[in-house]
Design a binder for this molecule. Structure first.
Ligand code: ATP
Ligand code: MG
Length: 471
């Protein structure tokens, strides 16, 4: 619309150089006002047509209100609204969960779509570097839908053609700050179809006390804490090996103790055993009577691990050609080899022979123990290869608070940090908070382990007097 006076004419550069005394600019053709007006009207009509589809309840309510007011007047409208409000009130009191799902969260989603995401979408995405330009036009990812859960907003987005979800994954911090959320996680639904999840508040801010001991033990789903979405976090131990990584004070103990607590009935009836390696003598010595085997020195630890290897190989020899899956029984119990600060025996112990034997035993257990009912649950502070080069033999990993951003992918695998697993940013005031990958989903999930206090361990040990000596 704006037209420069000398458009289409030769332009004199401010500082002419001999080789470029004359420069031609592209002629600007003025858009007739009627075209501009027609476009505005078309957009308005488009908006009016889309509105009932996007916000059917709001548009329906407004339409009915106008119709009642037009047909019967103000009093009738007030009566209808009062009846509707009372109806909603009754619905809220009697069926709170369906009211929440069908009314409250939908209303919240509409509100947040309009006032948070639509309103700030363009500036945030442009500043975050997610706007693309082609032939002087700007293209932005488009919001397809906003839905709210009890704790987060899920913004489904259509990407600009030619861009990749990785571009968004690299900007999660900018997006989270841009929309005033504590974090942002990206899930890829399909081609050009991603979901940005923005938590509205931290559901894991409060510590979780020790969970009730389950009546029936499911070794493939031990209740260990809570997920960010409020669902229980269940830890698989049977048929896998788990490595818990976190700096000192990150809460590795709470993961170990939550798992032991969830196995308690099986430990009591003899279908599960915990073999514990406790180099620091601080973590596991407290509940020593719960463990079938216990070791707290380098030599004893290696002895315990090698005993586990022999037991495992004996089982494998018995099972060969007869059975492929282990079912825990009193004769052949499930054995969880719990190793606190595993680097002590694999990297820090002064005796080279101990380090080598411990590493060999752990490598054998983690590579062959799965199908014969022997699992390793190990805790580690520093995930670097020099400290534990066996870390890839642990199929499941838990990233508690870490020191550096680069450690996140070391623990959870490539791309975990880009998908929002910012384990290095976990607040030190939130011990037990971790990122994990659940089965069948590449997206990391934030969880918090339940905290098993000394009194809880005392109670557990008191009720389970199996007793076990150091190896
Ligand atoms: N899940 C949790 N919820 C609340 N508080 C916790 C939780 N886990 C741990 N804590 C608190 O953090 C402290 C340190 O936890 P813990 O001893 O488990 O850390 P750690 O990772 O094992 O550290 P280290 O490597 O030094 O042994 C505990 O004493 C407890 O007060
Ligand atoms: Mg510890």
């Amino acid at each position: 619309m704006l037209r420069s006076r000398n458009a289409g004419a030769a332009v004199q550069p401010t500082a002419p150089v001999p080789a470029q005394t004359v420069r031609f600019s592209t002629p600007v053709v003025e858009t007739p006002g009627i075209f501009v007006l027609a476009r505005w009207i078309a957009r308005l009509v488009g908006l009016l047509v889309r509105l009932p589809v996007r916000f059917p309840v709001a548009v329906g309510t407004a339409a009915v209100s106008v119709a009642v007011w037009h047909a019967f007047g103000w009093v009738a409208l007030a009566v209808v609204w009062t009846v509707a409000d009372v109806g909603l009130l009754v619905w809220w009191r009697r069926w709170p969960s369906s009211f929440r799902r069908l009314v409250a969260l939908r209303a919240l989603a509409a509100w947040r779509w309009v006032w948070v995401y639509r309103r700030h979408w363009q500036p945030v995405l442009v500043v975050a570097g997610l706007a693309e330009s082609y032939q002087e036009r700007q293209y932005l990812p488009r919001i397809r839908r906003v839905t709210c859960s009890a704790w987060s907003d899920r913004v489904r987005v259509r990407l600009v053609a030619g861009t990749a979800p990785a571009d968004v994954e690299q900007r999660v911090t900018e997006l989270a700050h841009g929309f005033g959320a504590p974090s942002c996680r990206v899930t890829v639904n399909g081609p050009r179809d991603v979901v940005l999840e923005f938590p509205r508040f931290d559901t894991l801010a409060e510590p979780i006390g020790a969970l009730p001991v389950p009546r029936h033990v499911d070794l493939a789903a031990l209740p260990a804490g809570k997920r960010e979405d409020g669902a229980p976090w269940r830890l698989r131990l049977h048929g896998t090996h788990v490595l818990t990584v976190g700096v000192t004070g990150a809460g590795k103990g709470s993961v170990i103790w939550s798992a032991v607590r969830a196995m308690l009935p099986a430990i009591e009836d003899g279908t599960a055993q915990v073999w514990a390696v406790d180099p620091k003598r601080m973590e596991l010595s407290y509940g020593r009577s719960l463990f079938a085997e216990y070791a707290d020195t380098g030599e004893a630890a290696v002895g315990l691990l090698e005993a586990a290897v022999s037991m495992m190989q004996d089982r494998a020899a018995r099972y060969a050609g007869k059975q492929r899956v282990h079912t825990p029984t009193e004769a052949d119990p499930f054995v969880a080899v719990v190793v606190d600060e595993v680097a002590f025996v694999t990297a820090y112990h002064p005796d080279r022979d101990i380090r080598r034997r411990a590493e060999n035993a752990l490598a054998t257990l983690t590579s062959q123990g799965r199908s014969v009912g022997v699992s390793v649950l190990a805790a580690l502070q520093d995930p670097r290869k020099e400290v534990l080069n066996l870390r890839n033999l642990f199929p499941d990993k838990i990233a508690l608070r870490l020191d550096e951003a680069s450690q996140v992918d070391m623990v959870l695998g490539d791309g975990a940090r880009e998908r929002g697993a910012n384990a290095h940013l976990i607040d030190p005031d939130l011990p037990g908070v971790a990122f994990v990958r659940l089965e069948g989903s590449p997206a990391p999930v934030r969880v918090r382990a339940a905290f098993v206090s000394d009194a809880d361990i005392d109670a557990m040990a008191g009720g389970c007097g199996r007793g076990g000596g150091a190896v």
